[in-house]
Design a protein. Structure first.
Length: 87
């Protein structure tokens, strides 16, 4: 069994996303901005993701759509080589 990138993203979101709803209640494609993510929280989230995944997001991924959903974030992380971790 492995820990998915999506599950790890959700964990980071719980601490850094400042969402108005419980991230566990959101589908992977749910709009995080509609759930309360704002520009300031997006910057905090980006920094928390970089720390949690030990990566630096390239400039081309620093777009609103990258942080629009759990799925979009996981896809961006996968694009730069982040994979599921063994449990």
């Amino acid at each position: 069994m492995s820990v998915s990138v999506q599950a790890r993203v959700r964990s980071v979101l719980k601490n850094a996303g400042c969402l108005q709803v419980d991230v566990d209640q959101l589908a992977d494609d749910a709009d995080l901005y509609a759930a309360g993510l704002n520009s300031h929280a997006t910057v905090n989230l980006m920094l928390a993701l970089e720390d949690a995944f030990d990566v630096e997001l390239p400039d081309r991924l620093l777009r609103r759509r990258t942080f629009a959903s759990v799925g979009a974030i996981a896809e961006a992380l996968s694009e730069i080589g982040v994979a599921d971790q063994p449990a």
